[in-house]
Ligand binder design. Structure first.
Ligand SMILES: [Zn+2]
Length: 314
């Protein structure tokens, strides 16, 4: 069966109600559509009964072999930014594969780490290049050790060696600590805010007193919507990391950071779209846009209040 009823038989995909009783009433023919008597959900019986209606190939939860995983990670993350495409493909009838979701976020974190390491390599190389191209100094060491160490150990302050610049003395291969402080000291708290906001949106959705209970939505569906939504943050995080690396690179100043800020501004309306489309298309609940706006407003208010209190305290 495509869903995961506790009793091992066909069940309503939204509330988990046992549908075996409805099937027992079929004598000579079966209907195309059914309605759950518990939560009122309309569904196509083919989705409940046939394993042919499996989840879409682009989704990370579809088991397509190891070679397909990179394409699935890209396909799933890209569709997160177009929730209409995402939720029209993934349905409540599709069994949730939590391990595949864990793999998805593990790989997204690996990509972010590699970007972070690359960003540090660019910072360190740009600094080395600035000294090497300045005629006042003579830099005696190649730039490769600088790039290698800053990229391989972006979190470390220890340097395995030093490059020498006349009149300036020795400089570590590692990203200069001053640059790390300049670009990363202010950013982590502001990056935590949208993370907390998305988590609070999930809590706000779970706490919706009337709409959610009337529709008897199972917790696992809300957790699934919330978890997939975290990928909305991947774009802004990635742009911020790239923008930090580009600050010392010979690029038109300000453009990468402006792009990063633009993606953060887009995050809030996209968060509303995410929850609203998931409410209507995936959970098939009424008043979807009202629910989406309410969830994001409540979700934003809590972390902003905490941040404001911390800011006032300091
Ligand atoms: Zn139901």
């Amino acid at each position: 069966m495509p869903n995961d009823p506790k009793h091992g038989g066909p069940a309503c995909p939204r509330c988990g109600y046992d549908l075996r009783g409805a099937i027992d009433t079929w004598q000579e023919a079966c209907p195309i559509e059914g309605i759950c008597t518990e939560c009122g959900l309309r569904f196509a019986w083919r989705e409940i009964l046939s394993s042919r209606f499996t989840m879409p190939h682009w989704c990370i939860e579809a088991k397509r072999g190891a070679l397909a995983v990179p394409r699935q990670v890209a396909g799933t993350a890209a569709r997160t930014w177009w929730p209409w495409a995402f939720w029209s493909g993934l349905h409540m009838t599709h069994l949730t594969r939590w391990r595949r979701l864990a793999l998805y976020y593990g790989l997204l974190l690996v990509i972010l780490y590699l970007m972070f390491a690359g960003s540090h390599a660019i910072l360190a190389w740009s600094y080395w290049h600035r000294l090497a191209s300045n005629r006042s100094y003579t830099v005696t060491t190649s730039g490769w050790p600088v790039v290698m160490q800053a990229g391989l150990t972006p979190f470390s302050n220890r340097s395995v060696g030093f490059f020498k610049a006349s009149n300036l003395g020795r400089w570590p291969y590692q990203t200069p600590l001053t640059l790390v402080k300049v670009y990363w000291r202010e950013l982590p708290p502001s990056l935590l805010l949208p993370l907390a906001m998305h988590a609070c949106c999930g809590l706000a959705f779970a706490a919706l007193p009337v709409t959610r209970r009337r529709c008897k939505v199972r917790w696992s569906h809300i957790v699934r919507v919330n978890l997939y939504g975290y990928a909305l943050l991947f774009g802004p995080f990635a742009m911020t990391i790239l923008a930090v690396g580009a600050q010392e690179a010979p690029l038109p100043s300000g453009i990468p950071m402006s792009l990063a800020i633009f993606t953060w501004i887009l995050f809030v309306p996209w968060e509303i779209c995410w929850w609203s489309v998931a409410t209507s298309t995936y959970l098939r609940m009424p008043h979807a846009w009202g629910v989406g706006i309410a969830v994001v407003m409540i979700g934003a208010l809590l972390p902003l209040t905490v941040a404001a209190r911390i800011w006032v305290a300091f």
